[in-house]
Design a protein around this ligand. Structure first.
Ligand code: TEU
Ligand code: CA
Length: 556
């Protein structure tokens, strides 16, 4: 089986916010089709679509009511088939988002399952009786606030939902459920898709008995009882053997709470499970427990985690490289500086993503340097997770001000504001009022402005993607970190039998002097990338500017 995905750059589209073709304020599939030339011009290889299936949209498509059809707002199955063909015609590939830890509560399986205790579909989901004293079956807290248990009046039992009550968890212990999942995958593979991003795929096996978290008062996350659970590898291996391995495709599992040791079990070639996973360690350095418990992040901790993953995965198994997606704040607002150093820091982050070992993901708008947003009032927000926190923390007495600051810093809607295509009304995204307001900075921060400007963030991405393609050392080279103890700088050498590639990244607004070590011979290495337009380094003692990044390339 070829490993084309090791050479690929993947672009994530959040369809609701990408491009509206019919003026209802909601992005759609024909809208994506219109923008394929834009994506081809950026140079990406693969498009990952967040879910487009039929859905009541409690969680914007991550609650699926029909896996074999497209939601009306996005278009038709015929539109989707045409999109798949068009993507292939342009030499790109497409990944679908497979959300199979849970379905929507409107899925026919669940409607049947809840109709009676002896319905044949009952066992597709996870049910529990109330405790003898009438209380909840256990103390697990849902990711979207409140208990993971929803009481079903008709049958007198609770059902489990790790996310919202509209997203009941499937019972993977049931072989019929696993068969259904395989059939869904086959349905899309037979339509020609090139793989899957698999939503919270390490949540599918729960510890038998679903025990309460010991020693806790009130509701708490029951992570240890369903993340990387006892049978997850058995189930993924089965899926791989029966379906994935028969096609030349890739799979990327979304797996919160994995260490490199755990990740190896999912991605090593001899395991026959997934091509790669999204780990969360680097993305969670600014939180304490759940995503709303914020702490300052440190560059040192952050780069230490990235280094650790670079060293641990790649010779065996494979990494994914990402800084943002539809669940995370905008990368430049979080890890860079979205004010004075927007240009420099967005390019610096791009320099990192395109020179690490692994498959890089670009999230829509990241290639323009799109930033977080601060709408005045909670009524402007849509995300089920932010709204859940807002209500829950309100009950706990947290002030409106503090709750809004949490939404600004960490809420998912910042990543979901419409794509900024141009400076016309609604950022060229739609002729109608968009489902979620546009970021007011679209007047100057937009694709049209950037595409023809050689100094733009867009042009930098385009150049870096092309640069990556020219240097196989980025794909197969070893990784060695420099200046490990430096608290502003991340620097590393990538090396194979032909080439050496040295990347320097300043993660701060501070200027400082740096002495490059002797094994980096500035005179024999070419400065091939600079985010501040340097022509050369002029020696091995250099002044490093705020958010500066550069790449030196030399022959072996
Ligand atoms: O996300 C799962 C996940 O663990 C988080 O990133 C999630 O956004 C939440 O913040 C955890 O606190 C996936 C999808 O990417 C997300 O959009 C869905 O809402 C979720 O699963 C449920 O399908
Ligand atoms: Ca539309």
């Amino acid at each position: 089986m070829s490993e084309w995905w090791k050479n690929a750059v993947i672009y994530q589209i959040y369809p609701r916010s990408f491009m509206d073709s019919n003026g209802d304020g909601i992005g759609d599939i024909p809208g994506i089709e219109k923008k394929l030339d834009y994506l081809a011009s950026l140079g990406i290889d693969v498009i990952w679509l967040s879910p487009v299936y039929k859905s009541p949209n409690v969680d914007n498509g991550y609650d699926i009511s029909d896996y074999r059809d497209i939601q009306d707002e996005f278009g038709t199955l015929a539109d989707m088939e045409r999109l798949i063909d068009k993507i292939h015609e342009k030499g790109m590939k497409i990944l679908m988002d497979l959300v199979v830890n849970h379905t929507s509560d409107q899925h026919p399986w669940f409607i049947e399952a809840r109709s009676s205790k002896d319905n044949p579909k009952r066992d597709y989901y996870i049910w529990a009786d109330p405790k003898p004293d009438g209380s909840l079956p256990n103390n697990w807290e849902s990711h979207f606030s409140g208990s993971v248990w929803q009481f079903d009046e008709k049958t007198g039992q609770y059902y489990l939902h790790i996310f919202s009550a509209g997203q009941p968890d499937l019972n993977w212990e049931n072989p019929s459920v696993r068969k259904e999942v395989k059939d869904i995958a086959l349905f899309w593979l037979d339509k020609g898709v090139d793989g899957f991003r698999m939503d919270v795929i390490n949540f599918i096996s729960k510890v038998p008995g679903l025990p309460s978290v010991p020693g806790a008062t009130g509701l708490v996350r029951g992570n240890m009882f369903y993340m990387n659970g006892p049978k997850v590898h058995e189930y993924l291996h089965e899926l791989n053997q029966d379906v994935f391995s028969k096609y030349d495709i890739m799979t990327v599992g979304e797996t919160p709470s994995v260490t490199p040791e755990i990740a190896h079990q999912y991605v090593d070639e001899d395991r026959g499970e997934l091509s790669m996973v999204f780990q969360f360690e680097h993305i969670n350095t600014d939180i304490k427990g759940t995503r709303w418990q914020i702490k300052p992040w440190s560059i040192k901790e952050f780069k230490g985690i990235i280094s650790k993953w670079q060293k641990a995965i790649g010779d065996k198994g494979w990494n994914s490289i990402y800084l943002s997606n539809h669940d995370q704040p905008r990368s430049v607002s979080r890890y860079g500086n979205d004010d004075k150093y927007l240009l420099e820091s967005a390019k610096m982050l791009c320099t990192m993503n395109m020179t690490l070992r692994g498959t890089p993901y670009v999230y829509q708008g990241e290639e323009l340097g799109m930033t977080n947003v601060r709408f005045d009032d909670i009524s402007s927000y849509q995300d089920v997770e932010s709204l859940g926190m807002y209500e829950d923390y309100g009950k706990k007495g947290v002030s409106v001000h503090d709750r809004m600051e949490l939404v600004y810093y960490r809420g998912r809607d910042s990543a979901r504001t419409p794509m900024q295509w141009d400076s016309s009304e609604n950022a060229g995204f739609s002729h109608a009022r968009p489902w979620l307001a546009v970021n007011p900075n679209y007047t100057w921060l937009n694709a049209e402005n950037e595409m023809d400007n050689p100094d733009s963030i867009f042009s930098f991405y385009k150049n870096m993607i092309a640069f990556r393609r020219k240097h196989p050392v980025i794909i197969d080279g070893s990784f060695k970190e420099y200046f490990e103890d430096h608290d502003r700088l991340f620097a590393y050498m990538r090396e194979n039998d032909d080439e050496r590639l040295f990347t320097m990244l300043n993660f701060s607004a501070t200027q400082f002097t740096l002495i490059l070590p002797e094994d980096i011979d500035v005179s024999s290495m070419n400065l091939e990338v600079s985010n501040i337009g340097r022509k050369d380094l002029g020696g091995n003692i250099i002044t490093v500017y705020p958010y500066e990044s550069f790449v030196l390339v030399g022959k072996k």
